[in-house]
Design a protein around this ligand. Structure first.
Ligand code: CA
Length: 219
């Protein structure tokens, strides 16, 4: 089981990351300042560090420098605000492996994490399938029964979330966090609206409503 260190001082984002990563089988530890991040990266055996750049105490760049100065090859994925792209470039120069700009969707972060873990058993598939539904992640194309189906960007991400969890009941909250991100109002009915869109395009019985629990794709 892969262990991930999360260095993030915003509790909402830290909780969002922790919940999502645990649901995907990772063990997580959260630290909320730069000094704790630098020492946890040294003392514990982690497989990857998710590093917010704007940390109290010691910022993400300094943490990264300390880790790399010790010669550790721990993969580091930086979290950065969209307006801080110069920071991001500096981070990659400073030895980060990848970055995700805030606000981000969970699936986006998860794909970066999996790619950086370089575990052959966890390599990202190019095509996701369930029953007669097929999604090509590279070309961003969807097919149902061999016929192409036009999906909006959001519909694509929502369907991708279902295809990554075939046969599982996913709650509205899970679907919101996976396909919309942490900055979305949990009281919104946007999930139901998009499920209705997907049913029109995929067939009315493609996604089952499980009363009181959520939605399921496949058996
Ligand atoms: Ca921060």
């Amino acid at each position: 089981m892969n262990r991930i260190l999360i260095a993030e001082d915003e509790p909402r984002i830290a909780a969002f990351l922790e919940k999502g990563l645990r649901a995907n089988g990772f063990v997580t530890v959260v630290v909320a300042d730069g000094h704790s991040a630098a020492s946890a990266a040294r003392d514990n055996d982690f497989d990857l560090l998710i590093l917010d750049l704007g940390l109290p105490g010691l910022d993400g760049h300094a943490v990264l420098r300390m880790i790399r100065a010790r010669g550790e090859r721990l993969p580091v994925v930086i979290l950065t605000a969209r307006q801080g792209l110069n920071d991001t470039v500096a981070g990659l120069d400073g030895g980060a492996d990848d970055y995700v700009t805030k606000p981000f969707r969970f699936e986006e972060l998860l794909a970066r994490v999996r790619a950086r873990l370089r575990d052959p058993g966890r390599t990202e598939p190019v095509t996701l399938r369930c029953n007669d539904i097929e999604l090509d992640l590279r070309s961003r194309r969807a097919h149902v029964g061999g016929q192409p189906v036009d999906l909006s960007a959001r519909e694509f991400v929502l369907l991708e979330t279902f295809l990554r969890h075939p046969g599982q009941v996913l709650s509205r909250e899970q679907l919101l966090s996976h396909a919309w991100g942490y900055d979305f109002d949990p009281g919104s009915n946007v999930v139901d609206v998009y499920i209705a869109h997907l049913r029109k395009k995929l067939g009315s019985d493609a996604i089952t409503t499980v009363r009181g629990m959520g939605y399921r794709l496949g058996d």
